[in-house]
Design a protein. Structure first.
Length: 235
């Protein structure tokens, strides 16, 4: 579904991504792990068109999306839930969800999707008239995911969805990830909770200093000594 080939992305003169290549098969959950500053969020923003790449290509469903504006990439079926959620805090929950569907022109389907999202996230249905900024951290993360789902994505990019959340909320978020994937949406997941990310995913890429340094089936990498030592706290 997604092919990233030899991508370089810069912040000014700083090379943040160095010839990064990854594949995301349709129907899968693929994880990207790595330390802070490894380039994970930069990669997600590059795929979503929020950061321009200097070289390399990104293709989605066989179509080159390199250089397209973010809203054009959303129209093609790729949605990003950014690190930090970036909800519209002065707009209501319902208005946030409506903004998630801003590229759509299928009114009846959009209305049906709104009903489905409200059923999938009952806490958002209860708080539909509240301002987004009044929600708890976990509720805001659910709103950010639900808003992205309102664009009817084929590929959902999740950047650190459990960052700063309580353990019970983390469990809820991973349950949502499984449910969304089971319903047919492909996911690319950047996640600090390495063990859970690798349990929910079929394939994992490891990033260090802007490069992919290791990759493989998640179950196999969970037994990799470097992964155990660096990310799972096991010698």
């Amino acid at each position: 579904m997604l092919e990233v080939r030899g991508v370089d992305t810069y912040y000014g003169n700083i090379r943040a991504l160095k010839e990064v290549s990854i594949d995301v098969p349709g129907g899968s959950v693929v994880a990207i792990i790595g330390a802070n500053g490894a380039g994970k969020s930069t990669l997600m923003k590059t795929i979503a068109g929020a950061l321009p790449q200097r070289s390399g290509t990104v293709s989605f469903l066989g179509e080159m999306i390199t250089g397209l504006a973010s809203h054009e990439i959303v129209r093609r079926g790729v949605a990003l839930v950014p690190e930090g959620r970036s909800i519209l805090s002065r707009m209501t929950v319902r208005e946030n969800l409506e903004m998630g569907a801003f590229t759509r022109r299928d009114g009846k389907k959009t209305a049906r999707d709104m009903d489905r999202v409200m059923e999938r996230f009952p806490v958002l249905k209860q708080r539909a008239g509240q301002l987004g900024g009044s929600l708890s951290g976990g509720e805001q993360q659910m709103l950010a995911i639900a808003r992205a789902l309102m664009s009817a994505p084929k590929l959902l990019l999740l950047d650190e969805p459990t960052l700063g959340l309580a353990p019970l909320v983390v469990a809820d978020i991973f349950a949502i990830i499984r449910e969304v994937n089971a319903a047919g949406t492909t996911l690319l997941l950047v996640e600090q909770n390495v063990k859970q990310a690798m349990k929910v995913s079929s394939y994992t890429y490891v990033m260090e200093t802007g490069k992919i340094v290791l990759s493989g089936p998640s179950r196999e990498l969970l037994q990799e000594p470097r992964i155990k030592a660096s990310y799972l706290g096991k010698a």
